[in-house]
Design a protein around this ligand. Structure first.
Ligand code: ZN
Ligand code: ZN
Length: 120
């Protein structure tokens, strides 16, 4: 029976904790596995790549790597990357729409000004 994988959301108690294997922080959108012995959160791939707990002195051992570890991680990565791209795109789109609005206002003002001169 494999250790349960947890997808970290921003309200997770594990966020900002350090993975004992790679020493990087646990971040939102990542898939983690808790050591059954010391409950330290590990990145799912770190957990299965190292075959167990990275905490010094802990004898937590990973069970057999589930076949969907890669796909779970890929899904989390795709979700994370997708979310990042969406945010960036939204920002760009917002800037573009502001630019478009400014251009439209200037164009309308210029046309009104030209019409006003033409009518006179
Ligand atoms: Zn790690
Ligand atoms: Zn452990």
């Amino acid at each position: 029976m494999a250790e349960p994988s947890i997808v970290v959301d921003k309200h997770s108690e594990h966020i900002a904790k350090q993975c004992p294997q790679c020493k990087f922080g646990i971040e939102e959108g990542q898939v983690i596995v808790l050591c059954p012995i010391c409950k330290s959160p590990h990145h799912e791939t770190c957990w299965y790549d190292s075959g167990g707990c990275g905490k010094l002195g802990c004898r937590g051992i990973a069970s057999e790597r589930p076949s969907d570890v890669q796909s779970t991680l890929a899904r989390a990565r795709a979700g994370g990357a997708g979310a990042g791209a969406t945010e960036e795109d939204e920002g760009t789109a917002k800037r573009r729409s502001i630019t478009n609005t400014v251009i439209t206002v200037i164009a309308i003002a210029a046309i009104a000004w030209l019409l006003w001169y033409a009518i006179r």
